[in-house]
Each structure stands twice: as structure tokens, then as C-alpha cells.
Design a protein around this ligand. Structure first.
Ligand code: AMP
Ligand code: ZN
Length: 665
């Protein structure tokens, strides 16, 4: 087998595995083996760029950065749907239909997925464009981002038409949404409110590699185009599924409105077992000929109707309002309810968000409240049944002092939340910070879990993360549930964390708003903790992508004497507080202040390697040519429009060799 065949075979294998995993939910290979094959393909593609393919599975990881999404017109308008809420509404609709078309009318029933609509265009089996709904007439070109979603096929199989569009919904399944929020909470950031908004926000992220990390899915529901080889909506779904698209299996043909209502009743209950959010059923006239006869109103097809599920609501008694303290000291009020069944789960607690929310709804203990589960995972209280309010009821007084340490709470201008300012002495803050420090993406300390951290703090053995490094087996063994073996493991795990690189230590320090990405940026820019500690707010803001919120938080972290002492101790124990020499060796400032655009296919390094070389040497990479561009590094096949633009703006165009020469050191 020659190299080209080898590359093509790997691509096909990986494509099949992606399909099995993301479309069929039926993986036939371990993640580990998949990664090995992917790396193999990446290496081959890097070494033989002449076999470049825009549909290669290696491109799923993203990397393209879009500053301004292009607006493009829809070849076929993206309509909205009319809504119905009862069987009577549907009967009226059926009567209108029967007046307009001949013959028997059958319907397709589908679930209405709650996410962001998308229109995909395929040419000769390859995805060429993905556009958001926008205003229905035109939307944003988000192709680079959509390509990172693994259930979107980049290449189709079977007897697909040469040119067509297909429409669907980008959703964020509950499980992935929950994970994303856990990560945000660990950073002391506000969690995302609901999967739908997070999904649609994801489509407009500028960095497609960020999108690739989000567990989005694309569910398809409609073929659009001229002379398509299908006669009914249902057949369209079946074909799309055969071509490699993810088409949920729930869809059914209904021969009468009674059958439609059966479908609705079934899914009104069973939708809670689905991994993603749905907010209704879409009923469509099945026959495409009849659809054409019916046509459209100014807003929506006459041949389709959404049937909205009622947002589930129950009333129950609010026993008590309690207050939780987070790692950053943020206070969250919680409603403790008399347990009640809602949307398939037992609800005992609901978030009350903040003091303003409680005041606005005038929520009080002993009230009967309405609880709703909409797109949000945590149920919310949407109102009070005032007719049930006990006569001796008094307005809720928001806590003034920390429920854990009694310190007077503070609330800053413009902040919705109250905070406990007792950074050094408030137990949940102390425990939370250490738990964050040892977490997987930070120091990843083996043999130590969140519960044990709490145990160690409560027994007075540690009060900050530096104390971890002085723990001895003798101290730990007497603790409850601590065998000698696990004590040894803990001490060994702590010692091993001294090898964790600076950027992850920086993340682990738990500076508010300094997440993984920001920590990486700061580590790369400042190279060591002292340089970062001495940076002023103004200097910090001048670093790419660091805003005043982060800058302010960093400065305030380092101005604390307690933090300074802790950092001195970490240094003493040998924790990595600077970028390692090996890493520094490959980094220079040769390209500082210069912006590069990379275009075309390269021989000696891959595109991504080229970008990394630019950044490692202090340069910036941009995706579009502007007056600020210093150089365009051009490979073969550079796009003609880029070339024209570079020439017009008189930007220097250099070859791959010129560039490598430039950074040779
Ligand atoms: P609305 O935004 O309420 O007017 O509802 C219309 C939207 O529902 C469309 O833009 C689609 O994005 C979405 N939708 C979700 N599931 C389906 C489906 N099975 N068929 C058609 N549209 C759907
Ligand atoms: Zn406190």
C-alpha cells in the first residue's frame, strides 16, 4: 500500500468509528485505540501535505479562528413554525389543510429539539457550508465551528444527491451541559443557565478548537433542495439517516389526529428519558406534493405545526431558605421544599439565585410556591400562591452574616451576589480552594479526594494548599477511614505533584476568573510567578485577551499577604512556579509585535505546527489579512482572494522556507 492509500484508509476507518460512536451511539473501538489511529493519521498528513483533504477527520479538533462571521443568504428561507397547544388547535389546522389539498392527508410526527437551528449544504457528498438561521433570510457562516461537531458527517455515504441542503438543530445534551457547569463552578464562575442558550452561544465562538471541546450534537430533520429523490417527509428522514446523518429514531407516521395525540402523550412523559431537551412535537404533512400545494404564510409553512409541551409545574411548600457558601465565598440561597414529583424526578430543592430574586417574587418560608422545570436542570421557583400564605407570615430577611463563619457579608456594586469576605477563615472557602488545587486539571493529586480534604481541614491538619506538602503518614493514619496504605498513597501523590507544570499550578491557585485557558496565557507571557505577581493592572490588560475583570482579580490575589506566604512556601517545597527550562528553550521573542496570516498547504511543517512556531516565537496568528498583518506565510494553493488582499494592502508574502529561516536560532 502506498502512502496515499494508507492515508485514505485511515481516514475512512476513523470516519466509520466517528459514525459508530457519535451517530449510532455504538462504539466498536476504545477511545485509546481511536487516539492512536488519529495520531498516526496526523503524523502522515503532516509529513505528506500533498494529500491534504478538507474533510479529513483530523480537522475535527478545530483551530480556525473567526473574528467576524460572514453573513450569507439562505438559498431556501428558514421558516419558523406555528404553535398549537391542544387537540382543538390541531383539528382547526387539519380543516384548513383539507380545504386546500386533495386526497388523504397523513402526518409525520417528530420531536421538537430545543437548541439552535442550522442549515448544512453538501456538494458531492462533502459538507461545504453551515449557516445559522439568523433572520430566516440570511444567517452567519459558522462552517469552521460546525465541522468540529462529530455527529455532523464531513463526507456522506450511499446514494446522496449531488447538491442539497439539510436542516437540523444543534443541541447540548444534559450530561455534557452538566459537566461544563461543574467546570465553571470549580472556577468560581456563574454556571450557564440552560443547554439551549449554551448551544447557540457555542456556534458563535471565535475559536473553533473551543467549540470542538463542547459536547454538542446535531440532530437532522429536513431535506431541502430542488428535485430531491424523496416523496415524503418520512422517506427524507430515512434517507438522511442512511447517508450518515444523526436522525432521531422517534419519528412516526400518523394517519389521523388521534394517532398524533398518542405520539404527543407518549413523548410528553418519555421525553424525560431523552439525553437532550425537547419542547414539543412537530407535526408535518407527510406527502411533499401536498406540502408544496399548501405552501407558506409570511412566517411559517402551512404544512407543519409545532405542538408545545406544557412546561411542567407543580406547587409545593417551601420549608426553609438556607444559604450555601462556595469556594469563592459567593452565597447562594436555596429553597428547601416538601419533596414533590416533577418532570420525572423528585424535587427537594430549588435555587433562588440571589437576594433580588427573593424580594422580587416576595418568597417567604412556609409559602406554597410554584416550581417549574423548563430548559434548566435545576428547578426554579416561578411564583408564590398568595392565597395559601399563612397569616403570620413575614417578609424574608436575607442573611447578613455567613452561615458558616458568621462574618458580615458584603455585596459589591453591580454584583447580584453577596460574598463572605473571610477568605482566610471560612471553612467551605478553605476546603473548596484546596479541593480545586488537587483537582484533575490542576495539580491532579492522586490518592487524595474532596472528602479527605474536608476531613484534613476539619481535623486542623491543613488550612491551605501549601500545608499539603508537610503532611506525614503518621499524622494522617489516625484519621477515620484512613489505612496506612492510603496515607502513604496520599503523601506520595502530593510529592508527585511537584512535577506538574507551572500553567496548571497557576490554574490550581484558584485565582478568581483564572481558568485553564487564562492560566496558560499568563504562564506563557510572564514565565514565572514573581513576574506575574509584580505585574500591574495596566500591564496585565495589555496581554492578549486579558480584560480588567481578570487583571483586577490577579492583582488583588497577589496583594494578599497570606497568599504571598503560601506561594513562598510552595516555592520552598519545589512546586513548579516557573515555566520549565525545556519549554523556554524553544521560545523566543523574535516575532514579538508581528501578526501573521497562514495560508495554503505546507511541505515541511503542518499548518498547526507553523502556527505554534509563530506563537512560540512571540508572534500572533490571525485568520484574516488586514493592515495590521506583518506577513502572510504562503504555502501552495493559497486562496486567490487572500492573495489579492495581501497584494492590495502591500503585506509581505513569504514562503515556508523564508519563515523557518526567520526563526532559525
Ligand atoms: P420556533 O423557533 O418556535 O418558531 O420553532 C421553529 C424551530 O424549531 C425551527 O427553526 C427548528 O430549528 C426547530 N425544530 C426543532 N425540531 C424540529 C423538527 N423536528 N422539525 C422542524 N423544526 C424543528
Ligand atoms: Zn464565611
Amino acid at each position: 500500500m502506498n502512502i496515499e492509500e494508507q492515508i485514505n484508509q485511515l481516514r475512512q476507518e476513523l470516519r466509520d468509528h466517528n459514525y459508530n460512536y457519535y451517530v449510532l451511539d455504538n462504539p466498536t473501538i476504545s477511545d485509546f485505540d481511536f487516539d492512536i489511529k488519529l495520531k498516526e493519521l496526523q503524523a502522515l498528513e503532516g509529513a505528506y501535505p500533498e494529500y491534504h483533504d478538507a474533510d479529513s477527520p483530523t480537522l475535527r479538533v478545530g483551530g480556525e479562528v473567526t473574528k467576524n462571521f460572514q453573513t450569507v443568504p439562505h438559498a431556501f428561507r428558514m421558516y419558523s413554525l406555528d404553535n398549537s397547544y391542544s387537540k382543538e388547535d390541531l383539528e382547526d389546522w387539519e380543516k384548513r389543510i383539507e380545504k386546500q389539498v386533495d386526497g388523504v392527508v397523513a402526518f409525520t410526527c417528530e420531536l421538537k429539539y430545543d437548541g439552535a437551528s442550522i442549515s448544512l449544504t453538501y456538494e458531492n457528498g462533502s459538507l461545504v457550508r453551515a449557516v445559522t438561521r439568523g433572520d430566516g433570510f440570511q444567517g452567519d457562516d459558522v462552517t469552521a465551528n460546525i465541522k468540529t461537531i462529530k455527529s455532523v458527517p464531513l463526507k456522506l455515504k450511499g446514494d446522496y444527491p449531488a447538491f442539497f441542503e439539510i436542516r437540523g438543530e444543534i443541541v447540548l445534551p444534559f450530561e455534557g451541559f452538566k459537566k461544563m457547569n461543574e467546570e465553571r463552578l470549580a472556577l468560581g464562575e456563574e454556571p450557564y443557565r440552560n443547554p439551549r442558550n449554551t448551544a447557540s452561544g457555542s456556534l458563535k465562538l471565535q475559536d473553533s478548537s473551543e467549540v470542538s471541546k463542547r459536547p454538542l450534537e446535531c440532530l437532522l430533520y429536513s431535506l431541502v433542495g430542488e428535485k430531491l429523490p424523496v416523496h415524503t417527509q418520512f422517506e427524507g428522514l430515512e434517507k438522511a439517516s442512511r447517508w450518515g446523518f444523526k436522525v432521531p429514531k422517534a419519528a412516526k407516521i400518523a394517519r389521523s389526529l388521534d394517532e398524533v395525540m398518542e405520539f404527543v402523550s407518549y413523548w410528553d412523559i418519555h421525553r424525560h428519558e431523552l439525553p437532550y431537551e425537547t419542547d414539543g412535537v412537530v407535526v408535518k404533512v407527510n406527502n411533499l406534493q401536498q406540502q408544496e400545494e399548501l405552501g407558506y404564510t409570511a412566517k411559517a409553512p402551512r404544512w407543519a405545526m409545532a405542538y408545545k409541551f406544557k412546561a411542567e409545574q407543580v406547587s409545593t411548600k417551601l420549608n426553609e431558605i438556607t444559604y450555601q457558601v462556595g469556594r469563592t465565598g459567593a452565597i447562594t440561597p436555596v429553597a428547601n421544599l416538601v419533596p414533590v414529583e416533577l418532570a420525572g424526578t423528585t424535587v427537594k430543592r430549588a435555587s433562588l439565585h440571589n437576594a433580588d430574586q427573593i424580594a422580587k417574587l416576595d418568597i417567604r418560608e412556609q409559602d406554597t410556591v410554584y416550581v417549574e422545570k423548563g430548559g434548566e436542570i435545576i428547578p426554579k421557583i416561578i411564583g408564590v400562591d398568595f392565597t395559601q400564605r399563612p397569616s403570620q407570615s413575614v417578609p424574608t430577611e436575607y442573611v447578613k452574616t455567613c452561615p458558616e463563619c458568621d462574618t458580615v457579608l458584603v455585596r459589591q456594586e453591580g454584583d447580584a451576589k453577596h460574598y463572605c469576605p473571610n477568605y482566610e477563615g471560612c471553612p467551605p472557602q478553605i476546603i473548596g480552594r484546596i479541593q480545586h488545587y488537587i483537582s484533575r486539571k490542576a495539580l491532579d493529586i492522586e490518592g487524595l479526594g474532596g472528602e479527605t480534604v474536608a476531613l484534613l481541614v476539619m481535623n486542623g491538619l491543613i488550612t491551605n494548599y501549601a500545608d499539603l506538602y508537610t503532611l506525614t503518614t503518621e499524622q494522617i493514619t489516625p484519621l477515620e477511614r484512613m489505612a496506612e496504605k492510603s496515607a502513604d498513597n496520599l503523601v506520595a501523590g502530593v510529592a508527585a505533584s511537584k512535577a506538574i507544570p507551572f500553567e496548571r499550578v497557576l490554574f490550581g491557585l484558584g485565582i478568581r476568573y483564572v481558568g485553564e485557558t487564562v492560566a496558560k496565557k499568563l504562564a506563557k507571557h510572564y514565565k514565572n510567578i514573581d513576574a506575574l505577581a509584580n505585574a500591574s493592572e495596566v500591564e496585565l490588560i495589555s496581554v492578549d485577551e486579558i480584560g480588567d475583570r481578570i487583571a483586577n482579580s490577579v492583582v488583588s490575589f497577589f496583594s494578599s499577604e497570606e497568599n504571598a506566604t503560601t506561594l513562598e512556601r510552595l516555592k520552598l517545597y519545589g512546586v513548579q512556579l516557573e515555566v520549565s527550562a525545556e519549554k523556554l528553550e524553544n521560545q523566543t521573542d523574535i516575532l514579538a509585535g508581528k501578526t501573521f496570516v497562514v495560508s495554503g498547504v505546507f511541505e515541511r511543517v503542518s499548518r498547526n505546527e507553523l502556527k505554534k512556531l509563530i506563537e512560540d516565537n512571540g508572534g500572533k496568528v490571525s485568520s484574516s489579512i488586514s493592515a495590521k498583518t506583518a506577513y502572510v506565510v504562503a504555502g501552495s494553493n493559497m486562496g486567490p482572494s487572500k492573495l489579492a488582499k495581501a497584494e492590495k494592502l502591500e503585506v509581505s508574502i513569504i514562503s515556508e522556507d523564508d519563515f523557518l529561516q526567520m526563526i532559525a536560532h
